[in-house]
Design a protein around this ligand. Sequence first.
Ligand code: SF4
Length: 74
Amino acid sequence: MTRKIFTGKLVDVSFDGALCQHAGECVGGMPTVFDTSSRPWINPESATSAELADQLREVVARCPSAALQIEEHP
Ligand code: SF4
């Protein structure tokens, strides 16, 4: 499966579903961004402040499979 990029205001998030172990760190850690009942289920747009972007970086770092990755803006 290919890696998909979800664009945010401050940082983007990419996701490779083939790697996901369904550990739930993402949805439990930041439900405003990761919501499996929404489409798209990853919404980095809601990380609108530097603090929220940092929280998003921390939650993505907890993904055990590297299915999620932060894509920093240039
Ligand atoms: S934290 Fe990573 S492995 Fe776990 S459900 Fe989310 S994307 Fe999948």
